[in-house]
Design a protein around this ligand. Structure first.
Ligand SMILES: [Zn+2]
Length: 76
């Protein structure tokens, strides 16, 4: 596994790595790189899931101006 980045989890403070595979997958899908370790993301998923659809819509139409083009990851 080729590690591209090391990040600190904003939730538990643990250092986690982002693999090249994951990095490319996120870019290809216009997603942001994760801010939480896999363990926290797994825990959060069960909690956030009922609101996931709403969260996505909020994300696509941010209240602030001028960020619409970043939604699909056009910028690096
Ligand atoms: Zn964590």
């Amino acid at each position: 596994m080729f590690v591209v980045r090391e990040e600190q989890c904003v939730q538990c403070g643990a250092i986690f790595t982002i693999s090249l595979e994951e990095f490319i997958y996120k870019l290809d899908n216009g997603m942001k790189l994760p801010k939480r370790c896999k363990e926290c993301r797994r825990k959060n998923r069960a909690v956030e899931n009922p609101y996931h659809g709403i969260y996505q819509i909020m994300h696509q139409y941010p209240a602030t101006k001028g960020h619409r083009h970043q939604v699909h990851g056009g910028t690096l």
